[in-house]
Design a protein around this ligand. Sequence first.
Ligand code: ADP
Ligand code: GLC
Length: 480
Amino acid sequence: MKIVHAASELFPYIKTGGLADAVGALAIALADSGHEVSVFLPGYRAALEHRDAAEAVSKLRLKIELGDQFVSGEVRAFSPRKNLTIYLICREEYFDRRAPYGNGERDFEDNAERFIFFCKGVTETLRLLDIQADIVHAHDWQAALLPLLVRETERRHGVTLALKTVFTIHNIAYQGLFPGVKFGLTNLPDELYNIDGIEYYAQVSFLKGGILFADRVTTVSPRYAQEIQTPEFGCGMDGVVQTRVEDLSGLLNGVDNSIWNPSIDAHLPARYSAADLSGKGACRTELLKRVGFDVKFKGPVFGMVCRLTEQKGVDLLLENRDFFLNEDVRLIILGSGSKRLEDEVRALTAQAPQKITLTAKLDEAMSHLVEAGSDFFVMPSLFEPCGLNQMYSQVYGTLPIVSRVGGLADTVIDTDENPATGTGLMCAPTVAGLADGLARALRLFADRERYAAAQQRAMARDFSWTRASRGYEELYRDAL
Ligand code: ADP
Ligand code: GLC
């Protein structure tokens, strides 16, 4: 099949979260099973500076209609492996910036322009290079207008760009909501600015476009596919999602085992496997040393790697500060994001700098070390579409403590509820729930045999993308 993806993040070129890992690994898995895969990405500074992009060639000059003006741009392309082409939709004014979405706390003022330009850049490339896609697969709000724009471009020019379109919701909390006046920039027919179109309470909703107009809609776990149909998790889109239940499915992400694999991980001081865990001890020592803790510490080390946002349950962790202050444990957090959460976590570390620490930056290498060197991985998310770190931690023999929501509930098995199969601990997404999970973690750690058995089971699980990508192949075939 000829499969075209469009997303705002793609590992290793630009990443702020799991979207980059998921799209990157899915594209590779599909390319490796013989499909002809293209991925469209905005021409961010970081992507253009990546060494692979040195090979990029200019494919096309773009003239994109945005409302009543035409805006120019360029398409650059390179091929990092067989069957895979990356197209960068470039325009310096929009994408030559330090970060993809905003500066610190604030989103860029021109995000509507930037991502409409991106989506239209994709349709123009499909049209002018006559790519003839079987599937156009758009991810998250930044690419959500694409299914609609594909059909609109086909109508205007009397051509076929794609046989079927697919839209994946990686996180329904981010919707691409903009003032109604921005609708003009889409150049879509006026009748689409209403309740059955992309209007949402007098604003334009990009996400709604993806949900309503793609041939198939997916999200990244079966449980989240159910949750987003409810007011509790739907973030105001539950009614819209309900109109598509027939075409909605939840397909779990996987783990790219060429990147997240303790037996070959070059970010680690020592490598290890389920059969020989000695290298994990060396990783733990290195982690404790890296953050300035006593390397002889014998108790449990709790690790956490995340964007510091409310989604990740950082407040639940903060409310459980007494556990980390009073028990003989260590807490190592790698995360950046919201200033409020960063300040509050930092205030907590100041109360016990010898046992609680925050590294407030994006650090790919350290994220691997925290996964490998911790005994437990804490992920008390309030909601979690899929979540990757709880899978990474199982692969690394680090038992996850997670909330019973979304993809976390679909990928972790509680050891107390299922003594024979458990691979981690699952708790209610509340302060008391996490408190209970942490207390149970202490008991599990004290029982070396039980801990080691759970660790072996965790490391034996198959989270591979080979499995995960098969679900998408089936979905594409079925749609076609
Ligand atoms: P989300 O996409 O909601 O952020 P996921 O669990 O799906 O959550 O994916 C998060 C990804 O981002 C993981 O690969 C994780 O290691 C990475 N990550 C999060 N914060 C950091 C950080 N501060 N430094 C490095 N990697 C990070
Ligand atoms: C989003 C979600 C996360 C998911 C990732 C990749 O960022 O928050 O749960 O794992 O997308 O699909």
